[in-house]
Write a protein that binds this ligand. Structure first.
Ligand code: 5GP
Ligand code: MG
Ligand code: MG
Length: 189
């Protein structure tokens, strides 16, 4: 595991992100929505640094990677608060292909939000699949698989206080553990 962003760097980046958001909204009330689950740590840190009156909500997005589908997005709004006629800021961990943000913006717009913007901790330097881009970004990072500070690999590593790039061995170990979990348990005894 190689640390890409340590605790001090993350804190400074989140502070700058909050400043960008404050400057943009100028005290205007905001409905801030956490995209579950990767944004939980960022969200807790970020909302405590914002200066405007804030309403807080959550939304869930997950993509399913089938054998032929390149990640179909499922959005769950069951836990989302009312966003009609509100200025909404979506907060997420990372902008990679961009498909998640694209789908979430459409969902929130359909629910009648007056504006929808987005804040991302990380922005991967790669070719994105959609024209939409995040409005506020803390860090540009290389096209590597990262974990920590909310980001997971098979639901592990979210609690790391830093962002790290996983080694090939760690990726393989996680893959094996995930396969083991899906094997049927021995009930013969
Ligand atoms: P998208 O490709 O739609 O922009 O990103 C979808 C989701 O994939 C992100 O919200 C994040 O949960 C996950 N993801 C993309 N890149 C990485 C990465 O490098 N590390 C981890 N842990 N998750 C990632
Ligand atoms: Mg995510
Ligand atoms: Mg994940």
């Amino acid at each position: 595991m190689k640390v890409l962003l340590d605790e001090k760097q993350l804190l400074a980046g989140v502070r700058k992100l909050a400043q960008q958001i404050d400057e943009h909204y100028q005290g205007q009330p905001l409905t801030v929505v956490a995209v579950m689950t990767g944004s939980v740590i960022l969200f807790a840190d970020l909302i405590r640094m914002l200066s405007m009156p804030v309403r807080v909500g959550v939304i869930q997005a997950s993509s399913y990677h089938g054998e032929k589908t390149a990640g179909k997005l499922a959005v769950d709004t069951k836990m989302l608060l009312d966003v009609k006629d509100r200025d909404v800021l979506l907060v997420d961990d990372i902008f990679d292909t961009g498909r998640t943000l694209d789908g979430l913006i459409q969902t929130v717009q359909q629910l009648g939000a007056s504006s929808v913007r987005s804040a991302m901790l990380l922005h991967k330097q790669r070719t994105h699949d959609v024209p939409v881009r995040p409005d506020f970004v803390a860090f540009e990072i290389p096209d590597e698989f990262v974990v920590g500070y909310g980001l997971d690999y098979h639901d592990m590593y979210r609690n790391l206080p830093y962002i790290a790039i996983l080694d090939d061995e760690e990726i393989a170990a996680g893959e094996n553990a995930a396969i083991l979990q899906t094997l049927p348990t021995d009930s013969s005894t």
